[in-house]
Design a binder for this molecule. Structure first.
Ligand SMILES: Cc1ncc(COP(=O)(O)O)c(C=O)c1O
Length: 426
C-alpha cells in the first residue's frame, strides 16, 4: 500500500466503500465527513452526477484512442479550457496521468527548452527542503523529504535544494502569508553563486507546500524567486498539483497570488479525481522555442499511453464545467475568512503549537510526543476517523482541505470534533 504502515493497517483495516458529496461511507457502515477532499483532490465533492455521467458517456463512445501520432477531440477541447484558466501566456498543455508524471514531464521539458536555446549545460534542477513533488525519480530528487529518496539511491545527480520556509519561532499562528522569511528566497541566489547559473535549468516549488504540512510562503517570497529566476535565465516551475482548482481561492495559486511561473504542474482537482489525470501548462514562448529548434519530426520524445485518455478528458471537461457553473473557486475564496476563524479557534487547545491557514487549507501543528515524533498526529488521525471525520496526518501536523462545497456547519463540525479529540490524545 502507498505510504502506509502495511502491517499496522492490516491489523486494523479502515476502509472506505462509497462516497457522496461531503461524505464517505466506511466499511463498517459509518458516515465520515471528508475534511481532506480525499487526498486534496475531490474539490467538487464526491460522485457528482455531472462528472460520472460524462465518464460513462465517454466510456461508451471512445473507450481509448492512442495519442501518439493520432489525436481525438476531447484532450484538445480540454487543453483549450485549461489554458483559459492559466495565468496569461501559459497556454500550451501536455497531459499526464498523475502529479508525479506532471512533475517529471515539467522537469524534462525545462531541460529540453534550455537545450533548444543553446543552453545545453543547464541540466541542474533545484527544489526545496520539505518540498513534495511525487515519487518519480525526478520528483524525489527535487523533493525535500529524505525518506522518499534515501532508500532509492539518492535521486538524480546534480539536484540541489533551497531551505524550506517553515519558521514557527517567528511566524506561529499566522493567518494567510506569514510576515517573516522573504529573505529565504535568496537561497536561490546562493545556489547560483555556488553552482553557476549556466548549470541550472529550473527551480521547482509548491507555491504552498501541502504534503509536508501546509507551509504558506512568506509575504514576497514567490515574487523574489521570480526576480532571481529572471536575472539568471532559470525556468520557474510552480507545482500546483494541490493548489490549482480552487484550493487557495482561484484557478491557480499563481493567478490568485499574482506571480507567473514559466511552467505549472497540475493533477488531482483537474478531474475531481474521478479519473486519474495530470497536466503541465507551459509558456508559449518556451513551447515555441522547443518546437522550432527541431528541424522536423518528433519534437518531444516523451509521453504516456494514457496521455489525454478519453475518460479522463471527459471527466476534466465536466469538472471544469461544474467548477464554473457553481462558482466553486469564488466560493472557496468567500469561505476562507470563516474557515480561518474556525481553524484558529483551536489556538490554546492541548498540544497545538501552530495553526496555519490560507484559502480552504489549514495546518494544525502539534507538539511532538517526547521520544515518539509523529505518533500524536497519527493517533489523532485514527481517532478522527473512528469518530466520523477524515483528516490528514503528516509528521506532527494535521492538514485539512475540504471539498469546496463544504457548508459552514460542516466547518464547525470539523474543528469542533478536532478540538474535543485533542483533549483525548495523550
Ligand atoms: C505538490 C505535489 N506534487 C506532486 C504530487 C504527486 O502526485 P501523484 O500522487 O498524483 O503522483 C503531489 C501529491 O500529493 C503533490 O502534492
Amino acid at each position: 500500500m502507498p505510504f502506509t504502515a502495511n502491517r499496522s493497517y492490516k491489523a486494523n483495516p479502515r476502509q472506505l466503500v462509497s462516497a457522496s458529496g461531503m461524505h464517505y461511507q466506511s466499511g463498517d457502515g459509518r458516515t465520515i465527513l471528508d475534511g481532506t477532499s480525499g487526498l486534496w483532490c475531490s474539490n467538487a465533492g464526491h460522485c457528482r452526477p455531472e462528472i460520472t455521467e460524462a465518464i460513462a458517456k465517454a466510456a461508451g463512445t471512445l473507450d481509448f484512442a492512442p495519442t501518439f501520432q493520432l489525436g481525438h477531440p476531447l484532450p484538445f477541447e480540454l487543453a483549450q479550457r485549461l489554458a483559459a484558466l492559466m495565468p496569461e501566456g501559459l497556454d500550451r498543455i501536455f497531459f499526464t496521468n498523475s502529479g508525479s508524471e506532471s512533475v517529471d514531464t515539467a522537469l524534462k521539458i525545462a531541460i529540453a527548452v534550455q537545450r533548444s536555446k543553446g543552453q545545453g549545460t543547464r541540466t541542474r534542477l533545484i527544489g526545496r527542503e520539505r518540498g513534495y513533488h511525487g515519487t518519480g525519480f525526478g520528483g524525489i530528487s527535487v523533493g525535500g523529504i529524505v525518506t522518499n529518496r534515501r532508500t532509492f539511491g539518492g535521486g538524480l545527480p546534480g539536484a540541489d535544494h533551497m531551505r524550506h520556509t517553515h519558521d514557527i519561532a517567528r511566524n506561529a499562528f499566522s493567518r494567510g502569508f506569514p510576515q517573516c522569511g522573504v529573505e529565504l528566497a535568496d537561497d536561490l541566489q546562493r545556489l547560483v553563486d555556488l553552482h553557476g547559473a549556466d548549470t541550472i535549468a529550473a527551480v521547482i516549488v509548491e507555491p504552498m507546500a501541502g504534503s509536508t504540512g501546509v507551509l504558506v510562503p512568506p509575504t514576497g517570497y514567490l515574487q523574489r524567486l521570480r526576480v532571481i529566476c529572471d536575472r539568471h535565465g532559470i525556468i520557474l516551475i510552480f507545482d500546483e498539483v494541490i493548489t490549482a482548482f480552487g484550493r487557495v481561492g482561484g484557478a491557480t495559486a499563481a493567478g490568485q497570488w499574482g506571480v507567473t511561473p514559466d511552467i505549472i504542474t497540475m493533477a488531482k482537482g483537474l478531474t475531481n479525481a474521478a479519473v486519474p489525470m495530470g497536466a503541465v501548462a507551459v509558456k508559449r514562448e518556451l513551447h515555441d522555442a522547443m518546437i522550432e529548434s527541431v528541424p522536423g519530426g518528433i519534437e518531444l520524445f516523451h509521453g504516456y499511453t494514457y496521455s489525454g485518455h478519453p475518460l479522463a478528458s471527459a471527466a476534466g471537461l465536466a469538472t471544469l464545467d461544474l467548477y464554473a457553473r457553481d462558482g466553486l473557486f469564488e466560493r472557496a475564496n468567500e469561505l476562507s475568512a470563516y474557515w480561518e476563524d474556525a481553524a484558529h479557534s483551536l489556538k490554546g487547545r492541548r498540544h497545538v503549537i501552530d495553526i496555519r491557514t490560507i484559502g480552504l487549507v489549514a495546518g494544525i501543528e502539534l507538539k511532538p510526543r517526547s521520544g515518539a515524533p509523529t505518533a500524536r498526529a497519527m493517533e489523532l488521525f485514527h481517532a478522527c476517523f473512528d469518530n466520523g471525520l477524515l483528516v490528514r496526518a503528516t509528521g506532527d501536523i494535521i492538514a485539512l482541505s475540504p471539498p469546496l462545497i463544504v457548508a459552514k456547519a460542516e466547518i464547525d463540525e470539523m474543528f469542533g470534533k478536532l478540538g474535543n479529540l485533542l483533549d483525548t490524545i495523550a
